[in-house]
Design a protein around this ligand. Structure first.
Ligand code: CA
Ligand code: CA
Length: 470
């Protein structure tokens, strides 16, 4: 109403509704990437617009490369796009290509463009007032990611084997191993390299390349061995393709061995959720080439996690060509709120129970009893865990076999923060076998282990290892 009354008072009054949008093709670019900002300016009329200018200064964090304007001219230094005239219902487009500066990872970089001036009045926006929400202003924000991230770990172990007479160490044999694992992550691509160095030289090297393509994750692993003359020899190759489609998990593993390059093995696994929280997985194996017994050699269906009346079932059905179906059923239930009973039954092909494993556990003790096909007691295990004060706990595990003496394992652990001091002593058939003392540090980024094992003949070895993650 205000506009109409002012316009009616003026000799000449024209309006042109200018609308501006801005978008970017890569909202989360990597440092160094080139990306394109696109500004679209539309005149919604009713009159033609003249003397139109747009301000679009580039923000800190990106550097100008080139531009293309469908109308008028753009000056990257001033950030001004001189559009000129724009007829009613017409649009003009400005594309600015920039590169993302180094050191901008994690920063929000906002680029704003707005109509700076026009000869005509705009019914719903004012030029150059910087107000968000008006239709003559467009804004996009990018958050760059680091170009490449290198992580990995270095670990090494030194084992000393003493050559001893009855009570005296005469000399040590050393075994030194160093593992280097480097992981490079770049634009969705992961390269993982593992090398092992021991006293004989660089012995082993594996290279894994992983990429994400749409809903598929593809991983190729190449395993090499380095000969003593330094030549790298291909050993084995595998390709894993996995992903999720329509609620189903798919995993396809193809392997080629260096000693039989014309043969390849393929394993396809499909799994998904079913009723009552159960997971159903099916596995099929295909072998092509020389040395394969059956083209389709193996197939298995596993149903796990079905809960009925407090009993959890797991069923594994195995099919092999020209062989009867095998069925293995496991179930778990609680007994009198104190113990959990695990039973495992192998049912087919003979439709006879061939073994039963009964396990009873609570926080402090654990009893495992094995029965053979005639349901005779075959082996049992009793475990006792005693947590004491000051991080000290004592554990005793005894294995009972009919007609034989007890096997016994006794261990004591003291924990203080990331440090753990442990002693383990093993008795078999009533005879002392070994005792081992170890001191371990397990913390993020750093690991350390020092241990020594004694047997009835004396010191067996001293092992120390160090792990550094970066
Ligand atoms: Ca407008
Ligand atoms: Ca405005």
């Amino acid at each position: 109403m205000l506009f109409i009354s002012i316009c009616s008072a003026l000799a000449r009054c024209e309006t042109a509704d200018l609308e501006l949008t801005k978008r970017v093709d890569i909202p989360a670019p990597y440092e160094g990437d080139a990306l394109v900002y696109t500004v679209t300016l539309t005149n919604k009329g009713p009159e033609d617009a003249t003397g139109v200018e747009v301000s679009d200064p580039l923000p800190a964090g990106v550097s100008y490369l080139w531009h293309r304007a469908s109308r008028g001219s753009y000056n990257a230094t001033t950030g001004r796009w001189i559009v000129g005239s724009l007829a009613a219902s017409a649009s003009a487009k400005l594309e600015i290509t920039v590169s993302v500066d180094r050191g901008t990872a994690g920063r929000e970089i906002t680029n704003t463009a707005e109509v700076a001036k026009a000869d005509q009045a705009d019914p719903d926006s004012l030029p150059a007032n910087g107000r968000l929400g008006e239709d003559d202003l467009g804004q996009v924000t990018i958050v760059p990611r680091p170009t490449a991230k290198v992580s990995g770990s270095l670990s090494g172990s030194l084992t000393a084997y003493p050559q001893s007479t009855t009570a005296q160490v005469t000399k040590f044999d050393f075994d030194l191993r160093v593992y280097a694992n480097f992981i490079l992550t770049l634009s969705g691509l992961t390269v993982n390299s593992l090398a092992r160095l021991d006293l004989a030289g660089l012995e082993y090297e594996a290279l894994t390349i992983g990429a994400v393509v749409g809903w598929l994750q593809i991983t190729e692993m190449l395993i090499f061995g380095r000969k003593l003359d330094g030549e790298l020899a291909f050993q084995r190759r595998s390709l894993t393709v996995q992903g999720q489609l329509q609620g189903l998990q798919l995993r396809n593993l193809l392997t080629w061995a260096a000693d039989a390059p014309s043969r390849f093995d393929d394993t396809l696994t499909i799994s998904g959720k079913a009723a009552a929280g159960a997971t159903i997985a099916s596995e099929a194996k295909l072998c092509l080439g020389p040395g394969c017994d059956h083209p389709l050699s193996y197939e298995r269906i596993t149903i796990s996690g079905i809960s009925l009346g407090g009993v959890t079932f797991q069923s594994i059905t195995t099919f092999r060509p020209a062989e009867p179906i095998e069925e293995r059923l496991a179930l778990q239930f609680k007994l009198a709120e104190l113990a959990v009973v695990n039973a495992s039954l192998e049912l087919w092909p003979a439709l006879l129970v061939s073994s039963v494993v009964l396990t009873a556990t609570n926080d402090l003790w654990r009893v495992v009893l094995n029965y053979d096909s005639q349901l005779n007691f075959s082996r049992g295990t009793v475990s006792l865990i005693l947590p004491l004060a000051h991080g000290l706990s004592v554990r005793s595990t005894t294995t009972i076999t009919p007609g034989e003496e007890l096997d016994h394992l006794l261990s004591a652990v003291v924990q203080a923060g990331p440090w753990e001091l442990m002693n383990t002593t093993v008795f078999s058939q009533g005879q002392f076998q070994s005792t081992e003392f170890s001191l371990q540090l397990a913390s993020a980024g750093l690991g350390f282990l020092l241990s020594a094992r004694f047997t009835p003949t004396g010191l067996e070895y001293v092992l120390s290892s160090l792990r550094i993650e970066f």
